[in-house]
Ligand binder design. Structure first.
Ligand code: NI
Length: 266
């Protein structure tokens, strides 16, 4: 989207000018990890960035580079996965917040696409606030907000309506659908992999989703043993590019609305 204000394409005088009218910035957060037999490794980052780009364009807000590595140790037995320790992501997020806050940014909106980021980013924000609470910094306290795109009412309604329990937890039809809409012909389409996902995955054990919410999974070897093809209760083959376009549109609309409230709150 050409009209989006990517920080990477912006000069420092333009940022200085932007700060005079808005002190908010959007930071997409994703992951680089396996997404089942047909899902691209970069799904979480690609989806979060696309939704953030759409909302940033509508609101004329500045868009920071996507943080495309997150905690993903549980997926390391699948090749291609690159995970950060949760403590590493916390350190990165704190550095990002401190850098931008020093320059005058006051509202930080994390548009999230990866469950395991939630705990680490929220904990980093707590440590960021602690600098004021503990008297190390003074002055106006900035605010942070994290929203995962699937929790917005629009996309949440669609994914429940279309997929029900087959949405599952990972390599979900909703995230792969958005990936299809974004990547088109570049979306993985090996016949053997497509054939593999035509069959539904094993259904999740009762209580599993609640117990492991936020990707609170075990180690990589036991994770692959339990979910051999990488799908965690998700019937990836239900995804279509048309679904993806509708999910993306709904998510962008909700993200834009939520960001407007957050950035313009006194
Ligand atoms: Ni994902």
């Amino acid at each position: 989207m050409m009209d989006t204000m990517h920080l990477a394409y912006t000069s420092w005088p333009q940022v200085e000018q932007y700060l005079r009218r808005c002190q908010g910035i959007i930071i997409p957060t994703g992951s680089t990890e396996q997404h089942g037999p047909i899902g691209p490794i970069g799904t979480d980052a690609l989806v979060a960035q696309a939704i953030a780009e759409g909302a940033a364009e509508q609101g004329h807000w500045l868009l920071a580079p996507t943080l495309n590595l997150g905690p993903a140790q549980f997926n390391l037995s699948f090749p291609g996965t690159i995970g950060l320790r949760a403590s590493t992501l916390m350190a990165v997020v704190q550095d990002v917040l401190n850098c931008l806050a020093t320059q005058g940014f006051k509202r930080f909106y994390f548009l999230n696409g990866h469950g395991a980021n939630i705990a680490a980013v929220n904990a980093a924000c707590q440590d960021f606030y602690a600098q004021w609470s503990m008297g190390q910094r003074t002055g106006e306290v900035p605010r942070c907000r994290l929203r995962s795109w699937w929790d917005y009412p629009g996309p949440d309604r669609l994914r429940k309506q279309w997929y029900g329990d087959w949405e599952g937890m990972h390599a979900t039809p909703s995230e792969l659908a958005i990936g299809m809409a974004l990547l088109g012909d570049r979306f993985p389409s090996e016949p053997a992999a497509l054939a593999q996902v035509q069959a539904p995955p094993q259904a999740l054990p009762v209580g599993y989703a609640k117990q492991h919410a936020g990707d609170n999974h075990l180690d990589a070897r036991s994770h692959r043993a339990q979910f051999p093809d990488g799908r965690v209760g998700s019937h990836s083959a239900l995804a279509t590019a048309a679904h993806g376009r509708a999910l993306l549109e709904a998510a962008v609309a909700d993200a834009h609305q939520d960001m407007a409230l957050f950035f313009e709150a006194p």
